[in-house]
Design a protein around this ligand. Structure first.
Ligand code: ITT
Length: 199
């Protein structure tokens, strides 16, 4: 079983990875480790920056040996906002305390007749302790709800309705999210890459 350092502090992502990648043994990013910079313009840049930054830090400060480092950069891209908040999803409306408030603020930015199409995007970067990092990505198409609905999942789940459903990710069972989410698709692609790299 691969032992992997998970370079994320997002509790929602951590919960999902333990279900989506059951064949990996995770070591959590320590509470006293530094914030990982994510200064890129694209999800891919940020995912690689986090994975490589965490690998460098772990090589010097790590308390146990791991096979590699996994990082996730993801976000909600809204067509009427020219793809925003996108890579800035975690930094959107920084003055608002909760994701419920951020979600409502995002919905309020859309004029009533606006195109509501949107997608969640996830790019995973895996940096082996020895060797070149690689990425795997996934997306799920959908639309923005008119209200904040449901409290399942995390982040912007309560305002996003995946195509083919009439409920938000906040209302759908987590098992349904795991069959079609951006992160589920990225994890499926990652498993294929990991398998190929070990063959
Ligand atoms: P780490 O960098 O420590 O992993 P982060 O929360 O800063 O945590 P990102 O920079 O990748 O992570 O930001 C992701 C943003 O997109 C954040 O606001 C999430 O709430 C949101 N997001 C990503 N995936 C999501 C999902 O499956 N459901 C709801 N919101 C999601």
């Amino acid at each position: 079983m691969l032992k992997v350092l998970l370079a994320s502090r997002n509790a929602g992502k951590l919960r999902e990875f333990s279900t989506l990648l059951p064949d990996l043994q995770f070591v959590l990013w320590p509470a006293d480790a530094p914030e990982l910079p994510e200064t890129g313009a694209f999800f891919q840049d940020n995912a690689l920056q986090k994975a490589e930054g965490a690998r460098t830090w772990w090589l010097e400060h790590g308390t146990e040996s791991v096979d590699g480092v996994l990082a996730d950069d993801s976000g909600l891209c809204v067509d009427a906002l020219w793809g925003g908040p996108g890579v800035l999803s975690a930094r959107f409306a920084p003055g608002l305390p909760s994701y419920a408030d951020k979600g409502r603020r995002l919905l309020a930015m859309l004029p009533e007749a606006a195109d509501r199409t949107a997608r969640f995007v996830c790019v995973l970067a895996f940096a082996p302790m020895k060797g070149e990092p690689f990425t795997a990505s996934g997306a799920v198409e959908g639309s923005l709800a008119f209200d904040h609905r449901g409290d399942s999942g995390f982040g912007y789940d309560p305002i996003f309705i995946p195509d083919g459903c009439d409920r938000t990710f906040g209302e759908l069972p987590i098992e349904t999210k795991h069959t079609l989410s951006h992160r589920a698709r990225a994890c499926a692609a990652l498993r294929v890459r990991l398998k190929a790299s070990r063959a």
